[in-house]
Design a protein around this ligand. Sequence first.
Ligand code: MN
Length: 245
Amino acid sequence: MIDFHCHLDLYPDPRAVLNGIDTRGTYVLAVTTTPKAWRGTTELVGDRKRVRVALGLHPEVVAQRHQEVALLCGLLPETRYVGEIGLDGSPAHRQSLELQVTVFERILSECSRVGGRVMSIHSRGAASRVLDSLERHPRAGTAILHWFSGTMRELERAISFGCWFSIGPAMLRSNRGRELASAMPLDRVLTETDAPFTRYGDDPLMPWQAFDCLAGLEGARGIDRIELGKIVEDNLRRVVQAQPG
Ligand code: MN
């Protein structure tokens, strides 16, 4: 079981979630929304082998916290994983889009400089802009577009760049999400929850529920969920072992 984009530090009780992760043997990428949260989350996770903590600066907080990009760049040598980073062009954040691009590209430059990183990238309402930035920084590493919601044409462009994708139960609830996920190359797909922002009824999704989204792909792919799960596990192995630069 793999949750490659989870906001572990934002659950009401992260320790309880970590206990559940340990019990079930779930592999987790715990993304952070500010670099200030990275060290605390790293300490919380401790030496767990299956949990990695990514260093992030979420585009939704860039308007307020753009100066923290310096802190992120300073911490970059300490981790192979970067996220959540990216761009948000939805109405609530469109005003800061140019500042977001400046911050995102500074992070991509720094990732290139240190030899490449595995990156979990947000692209809501800004898929083309994200791809433009990635195109300008081809050595930044392995780009994993989380909860991709662009057009089919943007998806094709992302695929041609070598982007990976992480998909989850909330994304696969919509027809549009299923259509996009069905067109992604299976050897570049990981699973995620984006929890605790995503829910089942009143409860936040849990990292060990990420594979639930695979049921939504069985029909389109003609592959059962057990087999799809094995493919995703193989993919994780490749992402972890690859030299991202
Ligand atoms: Mn997220």
